[in-house]
Design a binder for this molecule. Structure first.
Ligand code: XMP
Length: 208
């Protein structure tokens, strides 16, 4: 089963992406790529790829503003990531994704994240009932908690490679997919690197 979501935060050639397609579960794009190559550039890069396209815009605004953003990007998106802290009334509760999936951030992977937000973010996620959740590979205990609180949700997990977690760590703690960016796209040979990381992940999953 393909368990790696490639985060494309810097320009990458379409040729390389197509070569990696078979080894990926999805691609994730966001502001850095949109600002580098533009909306049309992102569209060209993603068109024809047989992979789920997750737009990591970390939506965090009032409903009207988020709906305007979604309207522009929905032709090329299968899913959007939003922040939970914005709450339900006037915001997530009236977010109209027009059939696209929603992933809510429940905790973040960087060292300064304040985990005491979790009870509130969980309450919001329970009310909004998104398709999936984002939880950090750098904090396995948080992933275990998220899995316990949301047994049926898809959990995607950033923080592998450049941010320190090892391939397979998050899945062994209960995540469904691991998100990796720099560890793959900054490599001199991204296609080979993806294969190497996939093998490492399989070995780790065999142990857990
Ligand atoms: P790297 O290069 O660090 O890229 O593998 C990771 C990607 O994931 C994003 N990121 C997060 N997104 N919650 C999120 O929703 C997080 O805790 C988190 N940590 C990293 C990061 O912006 C990049 O696109």
């Amino acid at each position: 089963m393909r368990r790696i979501i490639l985060s494309i935060d810097e320009p990458i050639s379409k040729e390389k992406l197509v070569e990696m397609e078979d080894g990926l579960a999805a691609v994730k794009v966001g502001w850095p790529l949109i600002l580098s190559i533009g909306v049309d550039g992102v569209n060209k890069l993603l068109t024809g790829l047989g992979l789920k396209k997750i737009f990591d815009l970390k939506l965090a605004d009032i409903d009207n503003t988020m709906n305007l953003i979604v309207e522009k990007l929905k032709p090329m998106a299968d899913a959007f990531i939003a922040h939970s802290f914005i709450g339900v009334r006037g915001s997530l509760g009236s977010l109209n994704l027009q059939g696209r999936e929603l992933y809510l951030v429940l905790s973040m992977s960087h060292p300064g994240w304040n985990e005491s937000f979790y009870p509130y973010l969980r309450e919001v996620a329970m009310e909004v009932n998104p398709e999936g959740l984002v939880a950090p590979a750098t904090r396995p205990s948080v992933i275990r908690k998220v899995r316990e609180d949301f047994p049926t949700k898809v959990v995607i997990s950033p923080g592998v490679g450049a941010q320190g977690a090892e391939p397979g760590d998050a899945i062994c703690s209960g995540a469904d997919y691991e998100i990796m960016g720099r560890a793959i796209y900054l490599s001199e040979r991204p296609v080979e690197k993806l294969r190497e990381i996939t093998k490492k992940m399989e070995d780790r999953l065999y142990e857990c």
